[in-house]
Design a protein around this ligand. Structure first.
Ligand SMILES: [Zn+2]
Length: 186
């Protein structure tokens, strides 16, 4: 299709379904994970690795963020880090003890460390990260017996969609690189 973007088209279709489902179950983990997925989609459109996060307090989203490493030229600008800072500002406290963090991909060690520091109550993530996940895949920093705070974890919420958005992104990136390589080879 001329001028179309497979990544965006897939997601437009899925978002329509997501919106319908969200209306049925307004307070479920799936509902808030869809919000995080919307953030991940924004990251993908901005050519950032598509990971999104939201923080929920008393049933309301108080922070929304997506990965902005390229834009900010900052390797620490992961979705979770940006969402935590927003939530702290919103709550007016560094303690987020009654907040839950939803993120499309399992947090890395840096983010898991920040999540423990801010005392987030619950972490809900989509797909696991077998290479660098710090919520159980490689290490579980969110539930270290020796640290002064431990979070509840819910893994695998909408995991297929959370994984697919990443896979599509890297597939498209690979395809466009191959195209450039083959043009340069001519
Ligand atoms: Zn991270």
């Amino acid at each position: 299709m001329k001028g179309s973007n497979r990544f965006t088209d897939d997601w437009t279709a899925r978002r329509a379904v997501a919106t319908t489902l969200s209306m049925i179950e307004p307070q479920s983990d799936e509902y808030f994970m869809r919000e995080a997925l919307r953030q991940a989609l924004k990251a993908g459109k901005a050519d950032e690795v598509p990971v999104g996060a939201v923080i929920v307090r008393a049933g309301k989203v108080i922070a929304r963020a997506h990965n902005q490493i390229e834009l900010l030229k900052d390797a620490t600008a992961h979705a979770e880090m940006l969402a935590l800072t927003q939530a702290e500002a919103g709550v007016g406290d560094w303690r987020l003890t009654d907040c839950d963090l939803y993120v499309t991909k399992e947090p890395c060690a840096m983010c898991a460390g920040a999540i423990v520091h801010t005392r987030v109550r619950r972490v809900i993530f989509g797909c696991a990260d077998p290479a660098a996940g710090a919520a159980g895949s490689v290490i579980n920093l969110l539930q270290m017996p020796t640290l002064n705070h431990r979070c509840d974890i819910a893994a695998g919420v909408l995991q297929d969609e959370c994984a697919e958005i990443l896979q599509s992104f890297f597939r498209e990136r690979r395809d466009s690189r191959n195209k450039i390589d083959s043009l340069e080879g001519d």
